[in-house]
Design a binder for this molecule. Structure first.
Ligand code: F6R
Length: 250
């Protein structure tokens, strides 16, 4: 089935298409952004959802279409207790799937540190983002419970980078990357909702039937801290890429 592009849903632009089309169209947006602003600040996400996009960004880089040499990057989150050498850490994920395959200087890439962090120390991440000029384009996936970053239901919309207690459902959903659910850390450091909303533009990806209900609730339901992704209804520049399964309740 062919995708269709550029539908407006409130003030959000929504694309319903295949994963491949989503990766290509979104990658093109990065290429355009970096042509206009080679030193753009990019917010990245981990998980299964962005993998095709990252592969496409690598392909476009290898084809000579884009350079990340002058970019600065900030990832959404990291598990507490895992250092960057740990193969389950989000730092390791980003190094493996993207950073080691493009020309971004390693020193320009930021993932919150999950080691030795305290409620007070993690807020420095917002200062780093501000010092870099703010995020130009933030990539988001969504949890089945509506989390963005690791901001679980109930997280205040005014939150900045903070330590999060992961819900049982999030730990179960992410257990596939670990030996068992008991090995999934109980806490993470995450950009807050306000940190995310401060980004100038947001790219939101959701794929698969398991995300259909939350996509519906986030887009069509009330804006509520019970569904963190619903806050995106209040952002002036959000582009959504949904596959047909994730969009089926819209
Ligand atoms: C990842 C993140 C999470 C994921 C979400 C969806 O950095 O912040 O919000 O985007 O849990 O994960 P996947 O893509 O694995 O379904």
């Amino acid at each position: 089935m062919a995708g269709f592009w550029g539908r407006r849903f409130g003030n959000m632009k929504i694309h319903i298409c295949t994963k491949e089309q989503a990766a290509q169209r979104a990658a093109e947006r990065y290429v355009q952004l970096l042509r206009e602003k080679p030193n753009a600040v990019l917010g990245f996400a981990t998980g299964s959802t962005p993998l095709q996009l990252y592969a496409e960004l690598v392909r476009r880089y290898q084809a000579g279409d884009v350079s990340f040499r002058n970019t600065t990057t900030f990832n959404l989150d990291e598990y507490v207790g895992l250092d960057g050498e740990n193969t389950e850490s989000y730092r390791y994920f980003m190094d493996t799937h993207l950073f080691s395959k493009i020309d971004v200087p390693k020193g320009n890439t930021h993932v919150p540190s999950g080691i030795g962090c305290t409620d007070a120390s993690v807020t420095v991440y917002d200062d780093l983002i501000a010092a870099a000029g703010g995020i130009d384009l933030q990539l988001l996936g969504v949890g089945r419970n509506g989390h963005i970053g690791f901001n679980e239901p109930g997280t205040p919309f005014g939150s900045i980078t903070h330590i999060v207690n992961l819900s049982r459902s999030t730990r179960e959903a992410n257990a596939r990357f670990f030996n068992s659910v008991d090995d999934v850390p109980r806490q993470a450091v995450s950009m807050g909702i306000k940190t995310v909303m401060n980004a100038r533009a947001i790219l939101f990806f959701a794929q698969g039937e398991k995300k259909a209900q939350v996509v519906h609730d986030a887009l069509c339901g009330p804006v509520t801290e019970d569904v963190p992704a619903s806050v995106l209804q209040l952002h002036p520049d959000v582009e959504l890429y949904l596959d047909f399964d994730a969009a089926k309740l819209l």
